[in-house]
Design a protein around this ligand. Structure first.
Ligand code: GDG
Length: 730
C-alpha cells in the first residue's frame, strides 16, 4: 500500500489542557472527514500542529500527545508560543493572508515574522523527512508552508511532493510587493505539482515565476533545473453525499422546522462565514440595509441570519472588524426593526454541524459575497442541501466557486446596486427556475466531489513523477557516454551535425556575444583537423555571419535554417531555387506586431523573415507571439510558406526548407559509420527526424524532443565533444 503524508498547519485533531488534563477534539468539517474514503487506498499519516503551544505541556504530555495522536495516524509538530506569534499570527496571517487576498493595506512586512516562518517551516520539514520513505507521496496544504517543498526536496531528492493552495494566488503586481518573493517561489518550486482552486490563480503563479525567476512554461509545465514541475487547477469539491444525506435525517429536519417556525412566514436569508475581512460581511450588511430602504414592501417580510464564526481573534484587524460588524447589525436593526421584527439575527460562535445544515436547509436565500475567497465551500454546501431544489444562491464573482456555480446569481460585491437587485431577484425567483438552476449545480458538485478532487490531484502528481522518470531515462549516463566515445573511436567515417546557438554556445541573442570564443575555436579546430570527421554546423544565422565566424575552419555550413548550404572548400549554394514574392504580403503583418510589442524587431534574411521578441516584456511577448503565430498560420494555410517557432523567434519561410532537408545533403552522401547530431530547439527536431536509427541524437536542455538522449547545457556539449577528440585545450 502506498504511503501518503498529508501536511498542513493544523492537524485534524486539536489538543487542549484543562486543569492539568489533556483533551482531544476531532474537527468535524474540513479536509480530514471529507477525505475518509479516499484515505482507505493509502497508508496515510497527517503531520501538523495540534493547536497547543510547547510551553503549555510537559515532556510527559508530549509523549502522551504523540501516542494518542498516532492512534489516529496523526503526528504532531510542536511549536513554541513565540514561534507561533511570528510564523502563524505574524507572517501567515498578517503578511500572506492579506496580501494574497488583495488587502494590501493590511499586509505587514516584518523581517522577524519572516524568520519565524522560515524556522517553523524548517521544523515541519525535519518531521516530514523523519517519516517519509523514499517512495512516499507528500501532500502539503496551504500558505503556511510555502517553503516546505524545497526544504523536503533537499533531503529527499526523489520524493513525490504536491502542494495545494487553498487561498487565491495574487497577480504579479501584488505578489511582487513581498520582500521575500523569490525565496517563496523557490520554496514552492521544490514541489512536483502545485495546485490551485482556479486557472486564474495558476496563471498568476506562472506569470510570477516567469517574471521574477525567468521560468517559462508550456501548458503549465515548467522545467526547473533538471525537473519538470506542473502547475494546474483543481477546484476543490465538498462531501456532497454527506450534506445531501444529512438534510434527510430526522433530527436535522426537526431543527430546520424549528428555525422556520421562529422565522414565521418571513423569507430567510442566510450568511455564514469565519469572521474575516476577506468575506465582505460589513459590505453585505450595508447592502441588506439598502435593500430594506429601497424595498419597503419587504419590511417585516424578511430576516437575515448572520453567522460569524470567531477566527484569529488575536489579530487586531479581526478585533476591529468584529466591532464594526456589531455596530452595523445594531444600526440596521435600529433603523428598520419593529416591535416583533428584528431584521438581522446575529450569531457570533461556531455552530454544530447539525445546526449548520439545518440553517442551510431552512434558508430561502444564501448571501455569499466575499471580497476575495480562494474557493468558498459554504456556497457549495448550501446548494448540496437543497434536496427539493428550492433555494437561491447569491455568489460573489470573486469567490473561486463562481467559476463552477454559474447558475447562481453572480454579483460584484463592491457593486451595491447590483447586490441589492440580486437580493430582490432571489426573493422573487419562480420556484421552477430555482429548481432548474440548483439541479444543474448539484449534478456538477456531485460529480466533482472532494474525493474526486483529491484523487485527481494525487493522480496528476504521480503522472508528473512518471514523466520526470521517462525523461531521466534519456539522460546521457556514463555508460552511454562511454558507448558514444567507443563507437566514435572505432569509426573511420564520422558525421557530426551540430547546431550553433544554444548548443555550442549559450543562447545569447546578440551576435557580438554569440561568436565563437577561444575554447570553442580550439574544440572545432581539433574536430575538423581529423580527416575521418565531417563537421557540419547547421544554423539559423545568415551566410555573412557564418562566413565571418567559421571562415578559418575546414567545416561545412548550413545557413538560414537550411536555405543555404556550403560544403567544405566550395561556395554557398541555395538548397533549391526559391522565390521571394510572399515577403511583400507577410512583412506588413510582422511590422504591425512589432509596433504593438515594444522591444521586438524584424530580421530580414534572404529567404525568410524573422520576428524576434526576446527583448520584449515576456508576458506581452507570450501573448503577441501566440497571436502572430495564429494569424500567420491562417494566412499561410495551403501555401508553400511555413511558420516556424524557435527560441524567442518566429520565422516565416518557404516550406520544404528545413535543417533536416539540409542535413540529408550529407547523410545521403555516404555510408557513415558514426553519426552524431546535437541541437536545442524546434528547428533541430527536423534534423533528428531524418537521422538513421544507428545515429546518436542529442537534445540540449529539457522539454519534449525526438532525440534519443539529452544533455544539460552547451558546456556539457563541449565536454562531450572534447572527449571525442576535439580536445585541444592543453
Ligand atoms: C479556506 C479558504 C477555501 C464554517 N462555519 C462553521 C463550519 N464551517 C465550515 C463550512 C466549510 C468551512 O468551514 C469553511 O470553508 P470556506 O471555504 O467557506 O472558507 P475558509 O474557512 O476561509 O477556507 C476558502 C477553503 O479554505 C478550502 O480550500 O474554499 O476560500 O479561504 O466547510 O462548513 N462548520 C461548522 N460550524 C460552523 O460554524 N460545523
Amino acid at each position: 500500500m502506498k504511503k501518503l503524508i498529508m501536511v498542513s498547519n493544523r492537524l485534524p485533531i486539536s489538543v487542549t489542557k484543562k486543569e492539568g488534563a489533556l483533551k482531544f477534539y476531532k474537527s468535524t468539517g474540513g479536509l480530514a472527514t471529507g477525505l475518509s474514503s479516499f484515505y482507505r487506498n493509502y497508508e496515510s499519516k497527517w503531520i501538523g500542529w495540534p493547536g497547543i503551544t510547547s510551553e503549555k505541556i510537559s515532556k510527559e504530555d508530549r509523549k502522551k500527545i504523540r501516542e494518542s495522536l498516532l492512534e489516529e495516524n496523526c503526528y504532531p509538530v510542536f511549536i513554541s508560543q513565540s514561534d507561533l506569534e511570528r510564523y502563524y499570527y505574524g507572517f501567515s496571517n498578517k503578511t500572506i493572508w492579506p496580501l494574497f487576498h488583495y488587502f494590501i493595506q493590511y499586509a505587514v512586512f516584518n523581517k522577524n515574522f519572516w524568520e519565524g516562518y522560515r524556522k517553523v517551516n524548517r521544523t515541519f520539514a525535519e518531521e516530514v523527512v523523519e517519516f517519509a520513505r523514499k517512495d512516499a507521496i507528500i501532500w502539503i496544504h496551504d500558505y503556511h508552508l510555502m517553503l516546505l517543498p524545497r526544504m523536503i526536496r533537499e533531503k529527499l531528492p526523489d520524493a513525490s511532493i504536491g502542494f495545494f493552495f487553498h487561498i487565491p494566488f495574487p497577480s504579479f503586481e501584488v505578489f511582487r510587493l513581498l520582500p521575500w518573493r523569490n525565496e517563496i517561489l523557490h520554496g514552492l518550486l521544490g514541489a512536483d505539482l502545485i495546485g490551485f482552486h482556479s486557472y486564474d490563480y495558476a496563471r498568476h503563479f506562472l506569470s510570477c515565476i516567469h517574471r521574477l525567476l525567468g521560468y517559462e512554461h508550456m501548458l503549465g509545465q515548467i522545467n526547473v533545473e533538471d525537473r519538470i514541475v506542473r502547475v494546474d487547477a483543481f477546484p476543490m469539491g465538498i462531501d456532497f453525499d454527506k450534506f445531501a444525506g444529512a438534510v434527510k435525517k430526522p433530527e436535522i429536519q426537526k431543527e430546520a422546522k424549528r428555525i422556520k417556525k421562529k422565522i414565521g412566514d418571513r423569507k430567510m436569508i442566510l450568511s455564514v462565514d469565519r469572521l474575516d475581512y476577506t468575506k465582505g460581511i460589513p459590505q453585505r450588511l450595508e447592502c441588506f440595509d439598502l435593500f430594506l430602504e429601497r424595498n419597503s414592501e419587504y419590511r417585516e417580510k424578511v430576516t437575515l441570519i448572520l453567522v460569524a464564526v470567531p477566527s484569529r481573534t488575536g489579530v487586531e484587524h479581526y478585533q476591529i472588524l468584529k466591532r464594526q460588524i456589531e455596530e452595523l447589525v445594531g444600526k440596521v436593526n435600529g433603523r428598520h426593526g419593529t416591535i416583533g421584527w428584528v431584521p438581522v439575527w446575529y450569531l457570533y460562535r461556531p455552530l454544530p454541524f447539525n445546526k449548520l445544515v439545518a440553517l442551510y436547509s431552512a434558508a430561502d436565500v444564501a448571501l455569499v459575497t466575499p471580497m476575495r475567497d480562494g474557493m468558498n465551500l459554504i456556497s457549495k454546501e448550501y446548494i448540496a442541501t437543497k434536496v427539493d431544489g428550492r433555494g437561491v444562491l447569491i455568489l460573489s464573482e470573486r469567490a473561486g466557486a463562481a467559476s463552477e456555480l454559474g447558475e447562481a446569481i453572480i454579483v460584484n460585491p463592491d457593486n451595491r446596486e447590483e447586490t441589492v437587485r440580486a437580493i430582490k431577484e432571489a426573493l422573487t425567483m419562480p420556484e421552477e427556475e430555482q429548481i432548474e438552476r440548483n439541479r444543474t449545480m448539484q449534478e456538477r458538485l456531485k460529480r466533482y466531489n472532494v474525493t474526486r478532487w483529491a484523487q485527481e490531484f494525487i493522480d496528476r502528481l504521480e503522472h508528473t513523477k512518471e514523466l520526470q522518470r521517462a525523461l531521466q531515462v534519456h539522460r546521457i549516463t556514463p555508460q552511454v557516454r562511454k558507448r558514444i566515445i567507443g563507437d566514435y573511436s572505432k569509426a573511420t567515417r564520422r558525421l557530426l551535425l551540430l547546431d550553433y546557438d544554444g548548443t555550442l554556445v549559450p543562447f545569447a541573442g546578440k551576435p557580438s556575444r554569440a561568436q565563437p570564443d577561444p575554447e570553442l575555436r580550439k574544440l572545432l579546430g581539433g574536430l575538423t583537423s581529423d580527416r575521418r570527421n565531417e563537421v557540419v554546423i547547421i544554423s539559423g544565422r545568415d551566410r555573412k555571419t557564418l562566413d565571418n565566424w567559421f571562415g578559418p575552419f575546414d567545416v561545412n555550413l548550413v545557413g538560414e535554417h537550411g536555405v543555404w548550404i556550403k560544403e567544405r572548400g566550395e561556395d554557398w549554394r541555395l538548397i533549391e531555387p526559391l522565390k521571394n514574392d510572399w515577403k511583400e504580403e507577410i512583412r506588413p503583418i510582422l511590422e504591425l506586431f512589432t509596433d504593438r510589442t515594444p522591444g521586438s524587431f524584424i530580421e530580414e534574411k534572404e529567404y525568410s523573415l524573422v520576428w524576434h521578441y526576446r527583448r520584449a516584456n515576456p508576458e506581452l511577448a507570450a501573448i503577441r507571439s501566440r497571436e502572430l503565430k495564429e494569424t500567420l498560420l491562417d494566412l499561410t494555410q495551403n501555401r508553400d510558406i511555413g511558420v516556424l517557432e524557435g527560441n524567442k523567434v518566429i520565422e516565416v519561410k518557404k516550406v520544404g526548407i528545413s535543417k533536416g532537408k539540409a542535413a540529408l545533403n550529407w547523410l545521403e552522401k555516404e555510408n557513415w559509420d558514426f553519426i552524431l547530431a546535437i541541437g536545442d530547439d524546434w528547428t533541430d527536431e527536423d534534423v533528428f527526424e531524418v537521422l538513421p536509427e544507428k545515429a546518436y541524437s542529442v537534445k540540449v536542455g529539457f522539454g519534449f524532443s525526438r532525440a534519443a538522449y539529452r544533455i544539460e547545457s552547451p558546456e556539457k556539449v563541449r565536454e562531450l565533444l572534447g572527449q571525442l577528440g576535439g580536445k585541444s585545450d592543453e
